[in-house]
Design a protein around this ligand. Structure first.
Ligand code: HEC
Ligand code: HEC
Length: 450
C-alpha cells in the first residue's frame, strides 16, 4: 500500500525528506520537467507504482497495490477450526464470531481514513505480506513520520494472548484498538468520539455496523468488537513442524529440524518460556522475563555522534545524535517494560514472551527490533543475554556448537504456517480506504462540526 511502500525510510528521513521536497525546483503547473504534458491521472490512483523506486542500495519487501493479487477466503473457518498445532481459539461470550463482524473488522483494519489525515491504517504497521508486522523498520513510523517506541508484533495468533502489548498493559483485543487509533504518534485520531463521528459519516459503512450488531451503529464497543473479530481469524499454523510433531508425518521436516527441536526442548531450555504442549503449541507462557536487552539499551551502548540516514533511494544525509533525538519519541530508550504497569522495581526490563510461530516472517526481532536475523537472536541467547542484576535465572550461557546453532535455526524456520498464503491473499483482497469523492476532506474542511 502507498504508505507501507515508504516504510523503508526512517522517521527522521521522512521528516527531513519533507523539508527537501520544499527545496525541489518548482514545476510549472500542467508540465513535467521534461516538458511532457501533465497527466493528472498519474498523480493519484489506487497505489504507488514502484518503477525506479528500488535500487541496489534500497529494496522494499512491501508490494505496490497494483501488484497485489487478492483472493477472498472464508476467514471464520480458520477461527472455528484452527489449523493443526493450535488449540481452540478463545472467543469471548459477549462477542461471538460472525461473518458480518469479521467482514466489517477487516474493512476497518485496512481503512486509512481511521487516522487523522487519512493516510495510516492498522495495516501500515501490521503489513500482511510482512507477517502482519513490519520487516523494514526496527520500530514503525506513525502519522507524519513520528516514531513509535517498540517493534510491531505480529498479529498472527494474537487471539491467544492473555496480555496485549509487550508490557502486557491491555487485556482484550476489543479495548486494544483505541490505543493505536488515538496515540499521537500512530494514527493520531484526537479522540474516540472523533473516530465514531467520522465513521458515522462515511457512506460506504452505511448499514454495515447495524447488520453486524443487531441495529447498533458505530460506537466505542462495536468498533472494538469488529476489529477484534477480524484479528481472531488470523490463525496461522499447520507448519512443517506441526505436521511432523502433531501430525505424525516423519517426512514433514528434515533431520536438522528434529535435532533443532531436541536442543530447543533439551540443552537450550528455550521451551521453558516458549512452551509446547502435548496436543498444541503457542510457544508462549503468558509471562514476562528480563533477557537483558532492555537493560542494555538503558545503559546507552556506544551511540555514534552521527548516523547516516537514507532519505530516498540513493539520497543520504549524516544526521547528528541531537537531530535524531529531536524526532524520537523517547530520547534515552530506557524502556522499562512490565515495570511501567506494576511499578515494581523487580519488574524492570521484563517483556512478554513472544510467540515463535511464523518467526521466519516477522523480523526484526525483540521488543525494540534489535536483531535482524534469527541467527543473531540465537547468538544472543548463546551468550546468556546481557547480564544485569534482574536477569532471568533461565537465561545463561549455552555454549552451543556451530552445528547446534544451525539446527536450532532450521527448527525456527519450520514454524511458518501452511495457511499463511491464504491469509495474505485475503488481506490483499480487502478494500484499503482510499479517500473517495464522496468523503469530505476531514482535516481541512469543517465537516465534523468543530
Ligand atoms: C504506527 C504503527 C502502528 C499502527 C498504525 C498500529 N499498530 Fe498495532 N502495534 C504497533 C506496535 C509498535 C505495537 C507494540 C506496542 C507495545 O508493545 O507497546 C502494536 C501492538 C498491537 C497489538 C498487540 C499485539 C501483541 O502481541 O500484544 C495489537 C492487537 C495491535 N497492535 C493491533 C492493531 C490494530 C487493530 C491497529 C489499528 C486500529 C493497529 N494495531 C495499528 C504498531 C502499530
Ligand atoms: C526466560 C524465558 C525465555 C527463554 C528461556 C527463552 N526465551 Fe526467547 N523470548 C523470551 C522473551 C521474554 C522474548 C521477548 C523479548 C523482547 O521482546 O525483548 C523472547 C523472544 C524471542 C525471539 C524473538 C521473537 C520475536 O518475534 O521478536 C526468539 C526468536 C526467541 N525468543 C527464541 C528463543 C530461543 C531459540 C531460545 C532458546 C535458546 C529462547 N528464546 C529462550 C523469553 C525466553
Amino acid at each position: 500500500m502507498r504508505h507501507a511502500a515508504r516504510a523503508g525510510l526512517h522517521a527522521v528521513a521522512l521528516l527531513v525528506a519533507g523539508l527537501a521536497v520544499v527545496q525541489a525546483p518548482a514545476r510549472t503547473s500542467g508540465e513535467l520537467d521534461s516538458g511532457q504534458a501533465f497527466d493528472e491521472s498519474q498523480t493519484h490512483g489506487p497505489g504507488d507504482v514502484k518503477e525506479g523506486y528500488e535500487r541496489a542500495d534500497y529494496r522494499t519487501r512491501s508490494r505496490s497495490l497494483l501488484d497485489r493479487r487478492g483472493a477472498r477466503k472464508d476467514l471464520i473457518r480458520f477461527a472455528l477450526d484452527p489449523p493443526l498445532g493450535l488449540p481452540p481459539a478463545p472467543i469471548p461470550a459477549d462477542n461471538p464470531l460472525t461473518r458480518a463482524k469479521i467482514e466489517l473488522g477487516r474493512k476497518l483494519f485496512f481503512d486509512r481514513r481511521l487516522s487523522i489525515n487519512d493516510t495510516l491504517s492498522c495495516a501500515t504497521c501490521h503489513i500482511p505480506e510482512q507477517g502482519f508486522t513490519n520487516n523494514e523498520l526496527r520500530t514503525p513510523v506513525g502519522v507524519e513520520g513520528r516514531s513509535v517506541l517498540r517493534n510491531s508484533p505480529t498479529l498472527y495468533n494474537v487471539a491467544y494472548q492473555e496480555h496485549l502489548f509487550l508490557d502486557g498493559r491491555e487485556i482484550s483485543l476489543e479495548n486494544q484498538v483505541w490505543q493505536p487509533m488515538t496515540a499521537h504518534n500512530e494514527m493520531a485520531a484526537p479522540s474516540i468520539g472523533y473516530v465514531i463521528r467520522k465513521l458515522r459519516r462515511m457512506r460506504d459503512y452505511e448499514g454495515m455496523f447495524e447488520r453486524a450488531f443487531d441495529g447498533r451503529g458505530p460506537d466505542v464497543l462495536t468498533i472494538g468488537q469488529a476489529l477484534a473479530s477480524y484479528q481472531r481469524t488470523l490463525l496461522a499454523a499447520d507448519s512443517p513442524f506441526d505436521r511432523w510433531y502433531f501430525g505424525g508425518r516423519a517426512d514433514a521436516v528434515d533431520e536438522s529440524v528434529k535435532r533443532g527441536f531436541a536442543f530447543f526442548s533439551g540443552k537450550a531450555q528455550c521451551i521453558v518460556c516458549h512452551r509446547v504442549r502435548e496436543d498444541h503449541a503457542l510457544f508462549i507462557d503468558h509471562r514476562f522475563h528480563n533477557t537483558g536487552l532492555g537493560y542494555a539499551a538503558s545503559v546507552g551502548g556506544n551511540r555514534p555522534e552521527t548516523t547516516r540516514v537514507q532519505l530516498a533511494p540513493g539520497v543520504f544525509a549524516d544526521l547528528s545524535r541531537a537531530s535524531i533525538d529531536a524526532v524520537t519519541q523517547q530520547r534515552l530508550p530506557n524502556d522499562l517494560g512490565l515495570y511501567r504497569i506494576t511499578e515494581d522495581p523487580g519488574d524492570r526490563w521484563k517483556f512478554r514472551t513472544q510467540t515463535l510461530r511464523n518467526v521466519s516472517l516477522t523480523a526484526p526481532y525483540m521488543h525494540n527490533g534489535r536483531f535482524d536475523t534469527l541467527r543473531e537472536v540465537i547468538d544472543f541467547y548463546d551468550r546468556g543475554g546481557v547480564p544485569n542484576e534482574l536477569l532471568s535465572p533461565l537465561i545463561r550461557p549455552l555454549n552451543l556448537t556451530e552445528r547446534e546453532k544451525r539446527d536450532l535455526e532450521a527448527f525456527l524456520h519450520s514454524l511458518t504456517g501452511g495457511n499463511v498464503a491464504d491469509l495474505v491473499a485475503d488481506a490483499f483482497a480487502a478494500p484499503i480506504g482510499d479517500l473517495g469523492p464522496e468523503d469530505p476532506n476531514w482535516t481541512h474542511e469543517n465537516t465534523l462540526g468543530y
